[in-house]
Design a binder for this molecule. Structure first.
Ligand SMILES: [Zn+2]
Length: 260
């Protein structure tokens, strides 16, 4: 599932390639995605020019010279590529200079033309820090990992990076959020920032279960630096354990010695 670093990598590629280009045509068949575009989201798209491509959490925001935005979400398995259609192409856009952008999505959980939901702070911005995280977790009984995956708490964090950040800050994923001290939150927020920044640098993670590639077909390299996710032994040298209960739908790996 693409998380902030993967979406940011896609954003950079789209911004570099599409900026300043007029949209000549697009194709979005009915029922292309599980979630149809919101009413009017695609009106006036043809003839408008892409001013820039931005990002908020895991959402891509194509800003147009008409003042409108076209918002895209990659969902579980979405991939944007430059060039021709594949077997799972759900949306295609042709821009001037014969530039073609195709959105492939085998599982159809992606969206084109959605509204931006309420999102928590951007983790790489100053608004997200130990104090903000402490305030967001205060009085919450849910496991800390489940809240890190809640996009209203912090935007863009998913399973891989939450697992890694909890390991680096020595906090067990199943711990009740309200048991975290202010110091725990400082360590956790700092780990989230450090890991996401490093993952953006490395172009995201390309793991077997996601097979993520950027729009130019390039893989990410953060998976080479993963300390817990998908491993049997942690980077600390200890055997990892999985949480007894799933957290936000999936069991989570942690080190029973280093994480408290
Ligand atoms: Zn350990």
């Amino acid at each position: 599932v693409p998380e902030l670093p993967e979406v940011e990598t896609v954003r950079r590629a789209l911004d570099a390639r599409l900026k300043g280009l007029a949209i000549e045509s697009f194709h979005l068949p009915k029922r292309a995605f599980n979630r149809p575009p919101v009413k009017g989201a695609l009106d006036g798209l043809i003839g408008s020019r892409v001013e820039s491509v931005g990002r908020r959490g895991k959402y891509l925001i194509m800003r147009l010279d008409t003042g409108k935005h076209l918002i895209l979400h990659l969902g579980m398995s979405g991939r944007i590529v430059f060039g021709t259609a594949g077997p799972h192409t759900r949306f295609q856009m042709t821009l001037e200079g014969a530039v073609v952008m195709s959105f492939h999505d085998a599982r159809r959980f992606g969206t084109v033309g959605c509204d931006l939901p309420e999102l928590g702070p951007e983790p790489l911005e100053d608004a997200f820090n130990g104090e903000a995280l402490f305030q967001a977790l205060r009085g919450r009984k849910a496991p800390v990992k489940a809240l890190l995956l809640d996009q209203a708490v912090v935007a863009g964090v998913g399973n891989i990076y939450a697992t890694e950040a909890l390991f680096e800050s020595g906090i067990r994923p199943a711990r009740r959020a309200d048991s975290l001290s202010r110091q725990d939150c400082d360590r956790l927020a700092a780990a989230i920032k450090r890991i996401l920044a490093q993952a953006v640098e490395l172009g995201g993670s390309t793991l077997e279960d996601t097979a993520y590639l950027d729009p130019n077909g390039d893989a990410g390299y953060f998976q080479l630096h993963v300390k817990v996710y998908g491993r049997k032994t942690g980077a600390c040298g200890h055997a990892l354990k999985a949480t007894k209960k799933p957290l936000a739908g999936r069991t989570s790996l942690y080190c029973p010695i280093c994480q408290k």
